[in-house]
Design a binder for this molecule. Structure first.
Ligand code: CMP
Length: 136
């Protein structure tokens, strides 16, 4: 099963992308596709369209377009749920010790990594960044 992760601009800027990736590999995820990219405002708005009415939408789009990020399609059994476990709660203050966000996130907004929250969203989000032919 596949899920989508994005190593966010804060982790790229902090130079912790490699550590985050190592953490995910250690947790049994295999990289099936990855693209180092700098999202445009249009792309970030489309990716986070479900949050359009939320008060944090504009700051979220501004943050996600503030620098490059690393979207990846990751595979393992039970990938969606397992990745959510491994990255921890949205706010690093609430994230369990040893999770990616507890280790590397700065705040609820600058929280190092995105992960799909359901199998339906995983299919949409993997498809947002990668064509079927790019999944190796
Ligand atoms: P992410 O998993 O990428 O999905 C939506 C993002 O919105 C979330 O991570 C947070 O970084 C960001 N965000 C900012 N403020 C909030 C908030 N109050 N509640 C939920 N998500 C928030």
């Amino acid at each position: 099963m596949l899920t989508l992760a994005i190593i966010k601009p804060d982790a790229i800027a902090a130079g912790t992308a490699g550590k985050v990736l190592a953490h995910l590999e250690q947790a049994g995820f295999t990289i099936r596709a990855a693209t180092f990219t700098h999202l445009t405002t249009t792309q970030a708005e489309a990716f986070y369209a479900v949050h359009r009415e939320r008060p944090f939408f504009r700051p979220l789009v501004a943050f996600m377009t503030s620098g490059p990020c690393l979207p990846m399609a990751l595979e393992r059994d039970d990938a969606v749920m397992k990745l959510r476990e491994v990255i921890g709660a949205t706010d690093p203050k609430d994230a369990a010790p040893g999770t990616v966000r507890a280790l590397y996130a700065e705040s609820k907004e600058r929280n190092a990594i995105h992960a799909s929250d359901s199998e339906e969203n995983a299919r949409r989000e993997v498809g947002f960044f990668f064509a079927e032919a790019e999944l190796v």
